[in-house]
Design a protein around this ligand. Structure first.
Ligand SMILES: CC(C)(COP(=O)(O)OP(=O)(O)OC[C@H]1O[C@@H](n2cnc3c(N)ncnc32)[C@H](O)[C@@H]1OP(=O)(O)O)[C@@H](O)C(=O)NCCC(=O)NCCS
Length: 222
């Protein structure tokens, strides 16, 4: 399954400057470039499969931008290194892999995250990744709503982490990212704890069967 993700038109972002692809079956390792294969030498079968499927999706997403297939290596922190003038992000979870890319003149950074919703969200993880304000807010929701929101919140934070890293080559800690999800559960804005000022990173949330997918980007004009 592949498709082009069109960013919200109200943001003035032309959809054709972004490329999105997702895949629900494992891609063959034979689709990898030799220098990519070297990155997963000695890795487990599961890791080799998810890596190959991530690169497969990434090249489909790049094709949406008109970018020819190329090797996508990893930097010293594991982040993908994109060809040419492109920023992008990859995520894999049980049964779903996604990649999202854009031209660097449109966005400074990009993040995508997919989460498989399996039962109640772990309260230990929730405590570890949330700000005090988020903890207060979530206390008031009924359990079923809170679980859905927690998966969305966690995924949004992972997307923002990846987006920030791709823009600044610096890692944030999830508990310092304050996420504000809109009432329709379709978009979010971000702030960073400490200075209280908003991070210029925008996000969208999508739900599909047992999955939540979030994307985050840092528009170049902010
Ligand atoms: C790096 C991190 C964001 C990956 O997210 P994840 O949900 O574990 O896994 P995903 O499948 O969604 O993403 C993996 C992909 O992220 C990308 N990635 C790895 N490190 C990255 C970084 N520093 N910046 C941007 N992207 C990165 C890679 O493309 C990787 O896939 P690949 O190795 O096949 O190329 C995550 O492990 C992390 O470090 N999060 C922040 C730390 C934290 O506080 N975690 C809380 C856990 S309770």
């Amino acid at each position: 399954m592949t498709k082009t993700f069109t960013a919200h038109s109200a943001d003035g972002v032309s959809g054709s400057r972004f490329g999105f692809a997702s895949h629900s079956v494992e891609a063959q390792e034979s689709t990898l470039f030799p220098e990519e294969l070297r990155l997963i030498q000695g890795a487990s079968e599961k890791r080799r499969q998810e890596f190959a499927t991530g690169r497969y999706c990434a090249r489909l997403a790049l094709a949406n931008l008109g970018v020819a297939p190329a090797a996508i290596l990893s930097d010293q922190n594991g982040a993908p290194v994109w060809p040419g003038d492109v920023v992008g992000s990859i995520s894999h979870t049980r049964g779903l892999t996604a990649a999202w890319v854009a031209h660097a003149d449109v966005t400074k950074g990009i993040g995508v995250d997919a989460e498989y919703r399996r039962g109640p969200f772990s309260s230990e993880v929730f405590d570890a990744i949330t700000t005090a304000a988020e903890k207060r807010k979530f206390r008031n929701y009924p359990q079923a709503v809170a679980d859905t929101l927690c998966y969305a919140l966690f995924s949004a934070k992972e997307s923002v982490f990846k987006c920030f890293y791709s823009a600044c080559h610096e890692s944030l800690t999830l508990e310092t990212i304050d996420i504000c999800i809109d009432a329709r559960l379709s978009s979010f804005s971000t702030a960073r704890l400490g200075d209280g000022t908003g991070l210029p990173i925008q996000g969208r949330i999508g739900f599909c069967s047992d999955y939540v997918i979030t994307v985050a980007w840092w528009p170049n004009w902010v």
